[in-house]
Structures are given as C-alpha cells and as structure tokens.
Design a protein around this ligand. Sequence first.
Ligand SMILES: O=C(O)CCC(=O)C(=O)O
Ligand SMILES: [Fe+2]
Length: 292
Amino acid sequence: MVQLTSLSADENVESILKVLERDGAVILTGVLKADELACLREELQPYIDATSAGSDDFSGHQTTRTGALVARSAVARDMVTEGRVLAAVKKFLQPYCLRVQLHLTQVIRLQPGQGAQMIHRDRWAWGKYLQGVEPQLNTIWALTDFTEENGATQVVPGSIDWPDDRKAQPDEICQAVMPAGSLLLYTGSVFHGGGENHSDADRIGINITYSLAWLRQEENQYLSCPPEIARTFSEELQDLLGYCQGSYALGYYTPPVAAGEGPECVGPQFAVGRSASGALGDEDLLQAVTGS
Ligand SMILES: O=C(O)CCC(=O)C(=O)O
Ligand SMILES: [Fe+2]
C-alpha cells in the first residue's frame, strides 16, 4: 500500500527536499502550535462563515474557499514567510527562476457530504504548456485534524513524472492523514485532490502556494492585498506578494499621474513606499538574466 512520509517540523531542508523529489509530497508535523491554531480560527472564522460553497464540481458544491489571507490574518502572514517552508520553496524552484512569489492563499473547508475532488495537478492552472519546468511548490496546513473520514487530501506518491493523461488507480492513492498543526508540502506536478468528507464535521485546511515569479499568480495579490495594505508589511512579504520585479524588465509600472508628477517605469516596490532604482530593474537582475 502506498503512503506518505511524515517528518517532524524541525527536520532539515535537505531531508524534506529528498522526500519531496521522490514522492512529490511530504507531511511535516507539529508546525503550528495550539495558540496559533486558535488565533487563526479567531481571525478567519467570520470570513469562512460568510463564504458560499463552490459552484462547480472542481471547487466543490459543499466546499468553501476563502482568500485574501495575507490581508486578513497576521498568523497567515507568518505562515507565508515561515523559514523552513520558504527555504524549501526557494531551493526547489531555484533551477527555474531568479525569484519565487506567493501564488495563492485559501482556506479550504470541506463540509460534511463533500465528495472526493477529481485527481489533478495544480500546475494545470497554467494549462499544459509548461514542460520541463517545475512551476510551483504548495502547502496545505491542517487547521482541523485531517482524517480518512473527513477528507484528508488524496495524494498519488511518485506521480510527478507521469504523463498528464494517466489515471491513478485506487491502490496508487493515499491520504494525507495528519493532526491539526501539520502541513502537507506537495509539488505542482504531483497528482492529488481533496478527499471525501463522510464525517459530520468540517475539514479545514489552509492552502498557501508559491510559484516562479515569472508566472501569473492564481490569486491576484495586487487586488487581494493592494499597496495601501501591503505597505505595512515586511519587505520579504511585500516581495512575495509581487511588490518587486519578477526579473529584469518584468513587472515595472508607471504611476498614472499628471505629467512630471511621478516617475516613469519604476519597480512595483515603489507602490508600497520603497525606492526603486533603474528604469526596468536593477543591475543585478540585468546581469542575472543576460549573464553579462
Ligand atoms: O482540499 C484539499 O485537500 C485539496 C484541494 C485541492 O487540491 C485543490 O483545490 O486544488
Ligand atoms: Fe489541487
């Protein structure tokens, strides 16, 4: 029977990546403490309660999806910049980019009666155009226990290299059973899907995903967390949201003000009150891109 490897939260990044490269997914236990879980629930429950269920089979007719977590929750902001996860993300994606970015934040609540989600790859958000590139690395943080009964995420270990049209057989699929406070780390290429919730309580997880900074983000961070909110956050978080250039000449803008009242072609960090040097980016980026 296939199964996922569980590592403890203080496992080093190399060991985490080793399992990830083999299986496409790994569970880390004991990452969030009880007080952080309680705080998250307090910050997010009003938004969760106000969220309607999905309107198609993929998003789930008994599933609610609540976003804008960076703007809405201080604990979620800490989760986005969690050191070990971010180190794993950077190392895993580094062969394909100069920078990584936040791709989406979402509370996924599977309510009782939600059927199993179709098995899929998250990288299909960009269609099937990207070949030979690992575009993303993802997390699902368990706010409740994830059990077989309540719909713990289904994962197909080792499916990272499968052709897109291969269908997983039941004996190739396992579930990310884990206690609240754990997280599932999984690649954009591993086949997976939400489980079936045949318990009588909600299964709640927080999906936080990261991608190459030259790709379009799934959750539009400039609209979910606009400059007037993002300007109060750390530079690290601002950069992850996209308030920095994805590469040389990638993501600059011109403030649409009267002639002579603002700069031409500045990096998006200017919108959150930081200085931006160079018209299309800085020298380091230019050198990294052109190699000269
Ligand atoms: O909720 C889950 O366990 C997984 C959901 C998922 O994979 C998705 O919506 O893309
Ligand atoms: Fe998914």
